[in-house]
Design a binder for this molecule. Sequence first.
Ligand SMILES: NC(=O)c1ccc[n+]([C@@H]2O[C@H](COP(=O)([O-])OP(=O)(O)OC[C@H]3O[C@@H](n4cnc5c(N)ncnc54)[C@H](OP(=O)(O)O)[C@@H]3O)[C@@H](O)[C@H]2O)c1
Length: 263
Amino acid sequence: MPDRKTAVITGASSGIGSIYADRLAKRGYDLVLVARRLDRLEGLADKIKKAYGVNVEVLQADLEKDSDVAKVEHLLSTNPAVRVLVNNAGLARLKPLEQAPLQDSLAQIALNITALTRLTHAVLPAFRKLNEGVIINIASVLSIHAWSASAVYSGTKGFVMNFTRGLQDEFANTGVKVQLVNPASTATEIWDNSGIPLSALNQESVMTTENMVDASLAGFDMGETITWPSVADATLWDKYDAARAALFAATQTGKPAPRYNLA
Ligand SMILES: NC(=O)c1ccc[n+]([C@@H]2O[C@H](COP(=O)([O-])OP(=O)(O)OC[C@H]3O[C@@H](n4cnc5c(N)ncnc54)[C@H](OP(=O)(O)O)[C@@H]3O)[C@@H](O)[C@H]2O)c1
């Protein structure tokens, strides 16, 4: 059993993933940084090694590609030091569906859903065996909200929400922790790549990347399973979830609702 513990972070070459890398190294984890831009990964790895003296490896992978996802799956299923997986890599293409190339939709599904699901599958057997491990899934406030430009992106984040909640149920009362993080607008490159420039947002609604990650890790330390970094009134989520549970319970009647007049 190795003494050192490793955190694997997807999408570590910029934004939220790069700050998770910094913060997890500060907490003493060795790192494997995953993304496509090798120069960025190597630059960050050097900086983190110097700052914290931990081991940092980089793994160049395009997580929209089957063979590259397989490389990360292999790492997760064979490296016995892995204790944390941050499923952070994500892509937003914010356009009405009728104006969007099909490829944009498929790319979001491949990265935000398929890769995240595959990597989670790959890491879970070891976590189950050890009865230890942390998965942090980065969804979005758009997991509960959609508008005309976000049908696919919101759909992918809705998947991450339900996928994570199901896993939380599966691993309840074990040593395996699964956290869902729902950031609101955060000042990263995702916006300028999405079709909606960061500068077009109401700047008061935009959080710094550092604050987003620090709040999420504070939420994790407090035992939160679902973290809304920007939401001041935590009872809003409790009420939303209670309404959801009540609606679900109300579906279990086995009969058409009286308003459909089917007798
Ligand atoms: N910023 C926000 O307002 C916001 C709000 C809610 C949720 N989020 C979520 O936060 C997560 C991180 O995004 P961010 O805001 O930090 O954006 P970002 O700065 O654009 O970072 C996205 C990361 O994903 C990686 N990535 C993109 N396509 C990839 C691919 N095909 N294969 C491997 N890696 C890929 C990028 O690296 P390479 O380009 O080097 O591959 C980059 O490291 C995403 O899941 C996003 O949906 C962001």
